[in-house]
Write a protein that binds this ligand. Structure first.
Ligand code: NAD
Length: 428
């Protein structure tokens, strides 16, 4: 079977590109990976993995003979017809998606009637049409284009890639769409083959909907606090309704990560740019921003002024099992606490290197207990498993104060209280 698999190129070797490359190599394709970051490519050539993603190192190592890394496009173009694009599309200052990396890739494509760009990067609806227009204007009409958005989640990216809920392929019904369908043949997942604009919109709409679910339950949590209900019970009762489902109904410090924040904003602005005011998304964004800050008010309610107080942050990454700090709630929270004059000490089992780049001024502990030592209050920011197993008796003995704020509603309130600590969750 391996001999029949098509070779592919992957442009951009970040979270999505590397997982895509490793996943297709596992299924038997030769994969030619290209990145402009020479240091990253050098590390990959040495067999090092520049990001933390469970299972990725093993997958890359197991398929190392089929994986080729370079800063040059030439070999990918020579060996492969399908060129997957997985470059970053971060927000610009205006909140629109910054497509400069995508355009850099488009600009570097030669005239060809045997290649296709397969867009895995999340791009605004209309990008495919624009790229095709650019190809046409430059006499490169032979270049095909397919939209194939990626739905993997950091922290379980390998598993998500290998067993997707669905595969979305938007194309013009030409050879390239058929070739991508063939590549995904071994995946046991429903396939949505559609036009390019609809495929682009599926990705943006899915992320915006998930973000809406999170902001919705966070608002319910805030009301629960006013009326004495427990949002954990409410979520459970709601989530058992098959029309609603239990996922993304966990109240907390708000969503983070590179995707939700930028994709919700990109969809809102895409709508605005095309003449539609997407009211709901304004609220989703605002609720999320305020949610990250609500914890500060909780601390003040218990401790009074925060100046001079010692606050320990358990976790910094935007969620467990990743080192990604993009859009993490901890960035806002730590900055707000420091602005109030608090001493902030933090520990994250994996994300410290990334966190130090963004928050060099923070005091970093080398263990969870190092954060606990002398703290007036602790905040669970990221629900890494090791924090859920803390010995609360020891924690109580090491803290100066007694306040534990469970920013993810992930701790056992009874266990925390049994140690003589004051437990505060979100909406419970
Ligand atoms: N991270 C996720 O969970 C996730 C999930 C689904 C979709 N996406 C989307 O996938 C895209 C990539 O996300 P990511 O998290 O992997 O980004 P990333 O920042 O981790 O990786 C992007 C890579 O592209 C490289 N790059 C930039 N310009 C390039 C160019 N011109 N040629 C070659 N390489 C270039 C960068 O050096 C970097 O290594 C984004 O559009 C994102 O929205 C991300």
């Amino acid at each position: 079977m391996a001999a029949e698999r098509q070779p592919i190129g992957v442009i951009g070797t970040g979270y999505v590109g590397l997982v895509t490359a490793a996943g297709f190599a596992e299924l038997g394709s030769e994969v030619w990976c290209v990145d402009i970051d020479a240091e990253k490519i050098a590390r990959l050539q040495r067999g090092e993995v520049p990001i933390y993603e469970p299972g990725l190192q093993e997958l890359l190592a197991r398929n190392s003979e089929r994986l080729h890394f370079s800063t040059e496009l030439a070999e990918a173009l020579e060996r492969a017809r399908l060129l997957f694009v997985a470059v970053g599309t971060p927000p610009t200052h205006s909140g629109d998606a910054d497509l400069s990396a995508v355009h850099q890739v488009v600009d570097s494509m030669p005239a060809s009637d045997r290649h296709a760009l397969v867009m895995k990067s999340t791009v605004p609806c209309g990008t495919g049409a624009n790229v095709k227009r650019i190809f046409r204007e430059r006499g490169r009409d032979g270049f095909s284009y397919v939209s194939c958005p990626e739905f993997l989640k950091e922290g379980s990216a390998v598993k998500d890639f290998m067993s997707p809920d669905r595969v979305v392929i938007g194309d013009d019904g030409d050879w390239a769409g058929d070739a991508v369908v063939q590549l995904y043949e071994p995946f046991d997942a429903p396939r949505v083959r559609t036009d390019i604009a609809s495929a682009e919109m599926i990705k943006l709409a899915a992320n915006a909907f998930l973000a809406t679910k999170i902001s919705f339950i966070n608002e319910i949590a805030n009301v629960c606090e006013q009326v004495g209900a427990d949002v954990v019970e409410v979520s459970r009762g709601m989530g058992l309704d098959a029309r609603i489902g239990p996922k993304f109904l966990q109240a907390g410090l708000g969503y983070g990560g590179s995707c939700f924040t930028k994709d919700v904003s990109a969809l809102k602005l895409l709508a605005g740019n095309s003449g539609y005011h997407f009211q709901l998304l304004n609220a989703v964004i605002e609720v999320n921003e305020l949610q990250k800050r609500r914890v500060v008010a909780k601390l003040e309610r218990h401790l009074g002024e925060l100046a001079g107080r010692h606050v320990g942050l358990l976790g910094l990454a935007f969620k467990p099992n990743t080192d990604d700090m993009r859009g993490a709630s901890s960035l806002v929270l730590a900055a707000r606490l420091q602005a109030e004059g608090a001493h902030v000490k933090a520990f994250d089992p994996i994300a410290e290197v990334q966190a130090r780049k963004l928050m060099p001024q923070l005091d970093y502990a080398d263990s969870a207990m190092g954060t606990v030592e002398g703290a007036d209050a602790l905040i669970l920011v990221t629900e890494w498993p090791e924090f859920l197993e803390l010995d609360w008796g020891k924690v109580a003995g090491a803290m100066s104060g007694n306040l534990v704020i469970d920013g993810r509603n992930a701790l056992d309130p009874q266990a925390v209280r049994a140690a003589g600590l004051l437990y505060e969750g979100i909406g419970r």
